[in-house]
Write a protein that binds this ligand. Structure first.
Ligand code: CA
Length: 229
């Protein structure tokens, strides 16, 4: 439960808006809804909102432009809602500053899980935790070692560890190869994004059972593996 949080949905399809309103309000959220991006930007200038759900295809200003304009005055977490997987590719290439992407149709439960993941990331002070646990793997950024669920200690290479740490810190989120390269390798990478694939393969080999999922057309996600209640 995330008490006292406000979500703003920007969506022109009323049935989706109605469905999500019921779901989020049932989970204890304040739910705001606008049909156009112009209205949404106006709201966001004057009201405290904790997370924005932004449809890509809107009448008038599209979601890409809304996100761009929003980023000029706000760092509120944004989840883009797209109609097709292929649109995610297009949008990722533009680097508009959204935090996550979800393809329609999606289950409200999946959306809520993503919302909670972006909020957790937004609220976590960057250097607070040095030991994080995911699915029984204990990842220690101090010793740069990993303890497996079976109690074995594994020491990944420096780059592998940096990659793993980035995935762990952003667990539950779909991360594009470009995003990963920029965060872990530290520069804009114009060459071969298979570098990421190679390192992911190494991590999977060294840490059998690590829940790194391949997200088709995007990149990877380390599953948050939170037990459902
Ligand atoms: Ca739409």
């Amino acid at each position: 439960m995330m008490p006292d949080k406000t979500v703003l949905l920007v969506e022109d399809e009323e049935p989706i808006a109605d469905m999500l309103r019921g779901f989020f309000e049932g989970d204890g959220w304040r739910f705001l809804h606008t049909v156009t991006g112009e209205e949404a930007l106006e709201r966001l200038r004057t009201r405290q909102v904790d997370v924005v759900l932004l449809d890509l295809n809107l009448p008038g200003m599209d979601g890409i432009e809304v996100c761009r304009r929003l980023r000029t005055f706000s760092s509120v977490p944004v989840i883009m809602l797209t109609a097709r997987d292929s649109e995610i590719d297009k949008v990722l290439g533009l680097e508009i500053g959204a935090d996550d992407y979800l393809t329609k149709p999606f289950s409200p439960r999946e959306l809520l899980a993503r919302v909670k993941a972006v909020l957790r990331r937004a609220e976590e002070p960057p250097m607070e935790a040095t030991v994080l646990e995911v699915a029984g793997f204990v990842v220690d950024s101090g010793t740069r070692r990993v303890t497996t669920p079976g109690g074995e200690t594994v020491e990944p290479t420096a780059r592998e560890f940096d990659l793993l740490w980035y995935l762990v810190r952003n667990r539950g989120l779909a991360l594009s190869r470009a995003q990963i390269l920029q965060a872990v390798w530290g520069y804009d990478y114009f060459g071969d994004t298979r570098t990421v694939d190679v390192h992911i393969r190494q991590l999977r080999k060294k840490l059998p059972g690590i829940p790194i999922t391949t997200v088709w057309g995007v990149g990877y996600r380390l599953e948050a593996a939170e037990p459902s209640r």
